[in-house]
Design a protein. Structure first.
Length: 417
């Protein structure tokens, strides 16, 4: 939205009444301060927190009396304490940003807040309005989408999904695509700013950039550059994904959801994708290597699942603490890749890794190996490797040092069923 438009709006809503003039009626306040919001061609400050599904205009009707009754009957205004009105609290959400787009939203939010407070106060002082009959439910003003869809499109929810499905796998891409690094500076000169999509500001900044970029194709999500490039299509960095691996699943799941949100494809709660009940995921620079891979594994997709020893139970954990996947190098008889660490949602481990640097302690671990020998994932990218793809397991000690040059190596020849 244009800053000038909102400054003009802000000016019209804060103008004080003339000295000695009678207090304006609720209808006059509505016409002067609420109608400009309703008629503005610009989106409201709601768009700072929501990608789609809701706008402040959704709560306004052309008629002052009906707008008042609609908000009152939905419990969105507090006539005894206007500043505590739910509609005001909704406007206040998303405050605190500074600079750039946030400054524009702040200007809009200030204008909206002051307008609604003035109008609610005028309504509260009118006994006839307070006693007005209820407005029929069908006549009330509210967003077209149900609350579940609106919540799903909130940026904090989208960011949570982004961190789980994209940010957790950034280590596959960050060497070349992290903004401000020497390697990225080189590629930016050659290929443009779009190669600097991993932002120094972290996941939220990266999310904002990707949503506004052309790296996502909302009309044909499978053809999005954010998916095609890691698959090796004219990609200086080579192949980073294969169809159906964990990173591909994560990126595509997130891209398709964002495209559906932005395209207003979710009309009802039943249309939303199923909730991800899986563990939280944390990208790392911890590397695992399998040496002496048998010829039967050559050039096949391999998934490694790492389990930790549970001293209390004297048994291996039920769920893996780390996973990784990649195609085995048949020529080199080698498989190697960085680990994505896993933790149950909101567990102590997840909280510690969110607050600090994700890592694994030195100790003994169990590696379970799954091989997609028949191209199961290429046929269905949503498929999961299971018992039919299990080729064996092996126990191994690990110190888990960071970096490509400090890999934890395991002899694949010792993998047994």
């Amino acid at each position: 939205m244009r800053v000038a438009v909102w400054f003009a709006l802000a000016g019209c809503v804060v103008a004080p009444p003339r000295a000695g003039a009678a207090e304006p009626t609720p209808a006059e306040v509505f016409e002067r301060r609420i109608v400009p919001i309703f008629k503005s061609p610009n989106p409201s400050s709601c768009t700072q927190c929501h990608l789609a599904g809701v706008d402040l205009k959704d709560y306004i009707l052309p008629d002052a009396d009906k707008t008042f009754r609609s908000l009152r009957d939905q419990g969105l205004i507090d006539l005894d304490a206007p500043e505590k009105s739910k509609i005001v609290k909704l406007i206040d959400m998303g405050g605190g940003g500074a600079g750039g787009p946030a400054a524009v939203h702040a200007t809009a939010r200030k204008a909206e807040r002051e307008a609604f407070l003035a109008w609610i106060a005028a309504c509260a002082a009118d006994p006839k309005l307070r006693a007005a009959p209820k407005l029929g439910e069908k006549d009330r003003a509210l967003p077209a989408r149900p609350p579940e869809v609106i919540r799903h499109a909130r940026k904090d929810r989208v960011l949570e999904s982004f961190e789980r499905n994209v940010w957790a796998y950034r280590f596959r891409c960050m060497n070349c695509h992290t903004e401000g690094t020497p390697q990225n500076d080189k590629y930016r000169k050659e290929y443009g700013d779009r190669v600097a999509w991993v932002k120094k500001g972290g996941p939220a900044a990266t999310l904002d950039y990707l949503i506004a970029s052309k790296l996502i194709d909302p009309a044909d999500t499978e053809r999005s550059l954010l998916l095609r490039k890691p698959l090796g299509e004219k990609h200086e960095g080579g192949t980073k994904f294969v169809v159906g691996d964990d990173a591909y699943k994560g990126f595509r799941t997130w891209i398709e959801d964002v495209a559906a949100i932005r395209g207003d494809k979710y009309a009802a709660a039943a249309d939303l994708p199923p909730a991800d009940g899986g563990p939280e995921r944390f990208g790392t620079d911890l590397w695992l290597k399998l040496t002496a891979c048998p010829p039967a594994w050559g050039d096949k997709f391999l998934q490694a699942r790492v389990f930790a020893w549970d001293d209390k139970r004297k048994a291996w954990g039920d769920a893996p603490v780390a996973v990784s996947d990649r195609v085995v190098s048949g020529k080199g008889k080698l498989w190697q890749h960085n680990l994505t660490l896993l933790a149950p949602k909101d567990s102590d481990r997840a909280k510690a890794w969110r607050a600090g640097k994700p890592s694994l302690p030195e100790g003994k671990y169990l590696l379970r190996v799954y091989l997609d020998a028949d191209g199961k994932l290429a046929k269905d990218w949503k498929a999961v490797l299971g018992d039919g793809e299990f080729v064996g397991q092996v126990e191994f000690p690990a110190k888990w040092r960071e970096g490509y040059g400090a890999m934890t190596a395991v002899d694949a020849d010792k993998v047994r069923k």
